[in-house]
Ligand binder design. Structure first.
Ligand SMILES: *Cc1c(COP(=O)(O)O)cnc(C)c1O
Length: 403
């Protein structure tokens, strides 16, 4: 008889966003006259940049001609895009990355999950708490997380990120093999400086560990001390894989394009991970559509860059409005300076879900309870800057009025 992968049976239900949706629907049904503002949206809202749309239209037209038709492309991505990435995202910052170290994909979410294919199930995995759930669940599916007991996976090493440590994970006190780091962070919105990242690269070198660095929110960085890439840290090419995405950078959440960097210097037991990832992608992935890669390349044109930066500036302005309003309302507020996320401490030790309910019922504002991102998220809520400016201002006025 065929057997299932019973690691899937160990996964707890993922109820966070469905529970929020149900609560909001129930409140709206009972209070049809109340306007509810959503400040929990984890998706961009601004339309694609005109330069991106123009490039996409052009690529569509090309596909309808004999000369311009593109069938299967290279699994790793077209050179025109890989070369732009190298030039604009790396060389421009003084980082030496080669085009064959870039693997274009349909998303950082899938890459963060799929990367586990090239690692042994025996590796010890370290994750931050609170955390983007993809790192945890994909390792659980692969059998690397053990069993889910008392809100914790028995084989994962948790790095609590709390107010006491400034929401910065502390170096593991036992030996770990794979370390997921995400800066600027989702959900806390906190970012790591070069000085804060350096010890992680040193730890990985000393312990033969690999850092899986998610820099999906790189475009939101405003502080010059915060690196845009982990490869800005000396020695990182020997120990780190980096994930980037056009989703938050250029509004590609529904368009789908991202990339992963696997440097040739990164070796385990003398084996280059670049070769393994290449083999994995060539076998299980058939490339991102030509039309979409042309759209992504347009993000690097002068026009495209300016237009996409305007959208980021708009979201960062919202983040500032949220930070200031919640601070005025007397809450302790973190993040939101180099990220579209604001992490706010609940007043008087209130539970995340209780504060969520209070904000929904009294201010008609939807947030995300921190407890949904891991045990250390209890006592916090996450707000996002992805709403409109008008609604952000309105929501903050309402929150200030009730606190
Ligand atoms: C949004 C997000 C991504 C990007 O995922 P895509 O699949 O590229 O849309 C990656 N990591 C984190 C932490 C995110 O929040």
């Amino acid at each position: 008889m065929a057997k299932i992968n019973d690691n899937y049976l160990k996964l707890p239900g993922s109820y966070l966003f469905s529970t929020i949706a149900k609560k909001v629907a129930a409140y709206s049904a009972a209070n049809p006259d109340k306007e509810v503002i959503k400040m929990g949206i984890g998706d961009v809202t601004k339309p694609l940049a005109p330069a991106v749309i123009e490039a996409m239209h052009k690529a569509v037209d090309e596909m309808g001609t004999a000369e311009g038709f593109h069938g299967y492309g290279p699994e790793q991505g077209y050179d025109f895009l890989r070369e732009k990435i190298v030039e604009k995202d790396y060389q421009a910052r003084g980082i030496d990355i080669a085009a064959d170290e870039i693997f274009v994909s349909d998303g950082a979410k899938s890459d963060c999950g799929n990367i586990g294919d090239i690692f042994s199930v025996d590796n010890k995995v370290a994750v931050c708490d609170p955390v983007y759930p993809v790192y945890v669940d994909t390792n659980a599916m692969a059998g690397r997380a053990g069993d889910f007991i008392n809100e914790h996976w028995s084989n994962l090493y948790y790095m609590p990120c709390t107010e006491e440590n400034g929401f910065m994970p502390q170096l593991p006190t036992e030996k770990v093999d794979m370390i997921y780091l995400c800066f600027p962070n989702n959900p806390t919105g906190v970012s790591a400086t070069r000085a804060q990242l350096k010890p992680w690269v040193d730890y990985a070198k000393e312990n033969g560990a690999v850092i899986l660095y998610d820099s999906a929110y790189e475009a939101f960085i405003t502080n010059p001390d915060v690196p845009h890439s982990i490869y800005e840290i000396e020695g990182a090419k020997e120990v780190a894989i980096e994930f980037r995405s056009f989703s938050k950078t250029a509004g590609f959440t529904g368009t789908r394009c991202a990339y992963t960097v696997v440097p040739h210097e990164l070796k385990l037991d003398g084996v280059e991970l670049n070769g393994l990832w290449n083999r994995r992608q060539c076998t299980k992935f058939n490339g991102v559509p030509y039309i979409i890669q042309k759209a992504a390349a347009a993000v690097y044109s002068d026009e495209g860059y300016k237009q996409t930066r305007d959208a980021i500036a708009y979201y960062l302005e919202n983040a500032k409005i949220i930070r200031e309003a919640l601070t005025e309302a007397g809450l302790s507020v973190y993040g939101g300076e180099n990220a579209p996320y604001i992490w706010a401490k609940t007043p008087n030790g209130m539970k995340s879900w209780d504060f969520f309910d209070k904000l929904l019922e009294e201010a008609n504002v939807v947030t995300t309870p921190g407890a949904g991102f891991g045990p250390s998220g209890e006592g916090y809520i996450r707000l996002t800057a992805f709403s409109t400016k008008e609604n952000t201002i309105k929501a903050m006025e309402k929150i200030k009025a009730i606190l």
